[in-house]
Design a protein around this ligand. Structure first.
Ligand code: CDP
Length: 229
């Protein structure tokens, strides 16, 4: 059976990674979370005290790129890829509000996008692939076989992210999460380099009232119809 490339883009906290994981397991495909690369660079910038992102700090961060080794490695207990920066697994450290509050400013720096997109494109050769993010269907894999674009109401998205972080033990309040989601959407959609757009050939899924199994069934049906699987 032909293995396809599935690009999932969408607004912040629309459950892209949850459905991407489920779908990739169902199809026995590789799943790559592209946002974790921007988050890992943001984590690094914070730990190198390059925040606030002044011109000088941006230039320092760009000059550090050649020394930052970013890669994904399979986690044998989850079966998914974890993100590594200079051989350190950062997977569990990237959802903090501190990282979320700076990541969109870092993700709009063209030199950083160029560096990250090159690594992301290299996954195409690995066969069946699901990748999620903001520019996957538009820039990373413009020829993806299937493009999905996820959306949901602001409240539903904020509540989901709030519950997720509370369950993981973060001390956060709902309003900060809500504001972060809205401001990231705005910044991601308005930036000059690879803004968040709905690709013309994408199927838009509003999952405000859908659970994850409804979404999986909908996408599987779409794949069966489109590719005769
Ligand atoms: O999981 P959530 O939707 O909150 O975000 P994420 O996928 O972890 O992405 C975090 C941020 O990275 C986004 O708000 C974007 O600023 C940036 N990003 C991007 O610019 N391009 C991508 N392909 C993925 C993420």
């Amino acid at each position: 059976m032909r293995k396809i490339v599935i690009a999932i883009d969408g607004y912040a906290s629309t459950g892209k990674s949850s459905i991407a994981k489920l779908l990739s397991s169902h199809l026995n495909y590789i799943y790559v979370n592209s946002g974790s690369m921007y988050r890992a660079i943001t984590f690094h910038a914070i730990s190198k005290e390059l925040i606030p992102l002044t011109k000088k700090n941006i230039n320092t961060l760009i000059s550090l790129l050649s020394d930052i080794q970013l890669d994904y490695r399979i986690n044998n207990s989850t079966g998914f890829y974890d993100i590594y920066l200079n051989n350190t697994n950062l997977e569990s450290k990237l959802k903090s509000l501190e990282v979320s509050n700076h990541v969109s400013s870092i993700a709009e720096i063209p030199q950083i996008r160029k560096h990250v997109v090159k690594i992301q494109k290299s996954f195409q050769h690995k066969g069946g692939l699901v990748m999620d993010g903001r520019d996957i269907g538009s820039v990373v894999f413009p020829n993806a076989d299937l493009k999905l674009f996820l959306t949901a109401s602001d409240d539903v998205r904020a509540k989901r992210r709030y519950d997720e972080l509370i369950n993981e033990g973060y001390e956060i309040n709902y309003e900060d999460i809500f504001n972060n989601i809205i401001s990231r959407d705005k910044k991601d959609s308005k930036r000059k380099d690879s803004p968040l757009i709905i690709p013309k050939d994408a199927v838009v899924i509003d999952n405000s009232k859908m659970n994850i199994i409804d979404q999986l069934n909908f996408i599987i049906k779409l794949i069966k119809t489109k590719f005769n699987f």
